[in-house]
Ligand binder design. Structure first.
Ligand code: COA
Length: 207
């Protein structure tokens, strides 16, 4: 499957597709954790909001697509999205999810911050790595990491870094690729809402 893969920079026209791959599907760990944390039970509404956030934040500017037979099957993002909570975004989200959602939002964002870790200065950051559900298990995730390492070396970085949920099976993929856990941040209040302990910060040194 990886033999026919091509890696291309995303364009604005790819915004919704990359957003959908990033959000994932119900039942997927990262999707369920995000929806629980931000008090969303309707995946279609979450998808609508997430598409708006990614369009507004121009996420596509930081995304490399993995393409197979012309289809986008995976995404690599190398910068964290600066989600600016404009009044219009909050209004749209409140119309979708209700006023209680808005009231809970600051507390949920605070919980999210409690388990966030920071990568070493100057490291290339794999901020998002996702493969479309039907294409998983065929080496595309590993191939995207090889692509990321190529970008990191070309950019003169001496390390790569990423953050992953403490329960994410993707940790095995990262360890196989040479990443090591350098920090773990968990929080009981976060776990009570999100259903997972927190995050591991992982680093791979580039010799
Ligand atoms: C993680 C992910 C990008 C890997 O892509 P992939 O093309 O399936 O990966 P590969 O085929 O190259 O490697 C398979 C490895 O993926 C990991 N994996 C398997 N199932 C997984 C799942 N449901 N969720 C996350 N990782 C998984 C395992 O480490 C597996 O290796 P192992 O079988 O030796 O344990 C993909 O599973 C995915 O998009 N998962 C959902 C989103 C996610 O968790 N992204 C990582 C955020 S840090």
């Amino acid at each position: 499957m990886t033999a026919e893969l091509a890696f291309v920079a995303a364009t604005e026209a790819d915004s919704d597709r990359l957003s959908d791959i990033m959000l994932g599907e119900p039942g997927q760990l990262t999707t369920d954790v995000g929806m629980r944390l931000f008090g969303m039970s309707d995946h279609r509404k979450a998808q609508r909001l997430w598409r708006i956030i990614n369009r507004n934040g121009e996420a596509w500017r930081h995304v490399t697509l993995a393409k197979s037979g012309g289809e986008t099957v995976g995404i690599l993002m190398n910068a964290s999205l600066d989600v600016s909570l404009s009044a219009s975004l909050l209004l749209r989200a409140t119309l979708m999810f209700g006023p209680l959602w808005l009231l809970r939002l600051p507390g949920r964002m605070k919980l999210q911050r409690r388990v966030q870790t920071e990568g070493p200065a100057g490291a290339y950051s794999v901020s998002e790595l996702h493969v479309a559900p039907s294409a998983r298990g065929g080496g595309i995730g590993a191939a995207l990491l090889v692509e990321a390492e190529g970008q990191a070396r070309a950019g003169g970085h001496d390390a790569m870094t990423l953050q992953t949920l403490t329960e994410n099976p993707a940790i095995h993929l990262y360890e196989r690729f040479g990443f090591e856990v350098v920090e773990t941040r968990t929080d009981p209040d976060y776990e009570a809402i999100a259903g997972v302990g927190g995050y591991h910060r992982m680093v791979k040194r580039l010799a």
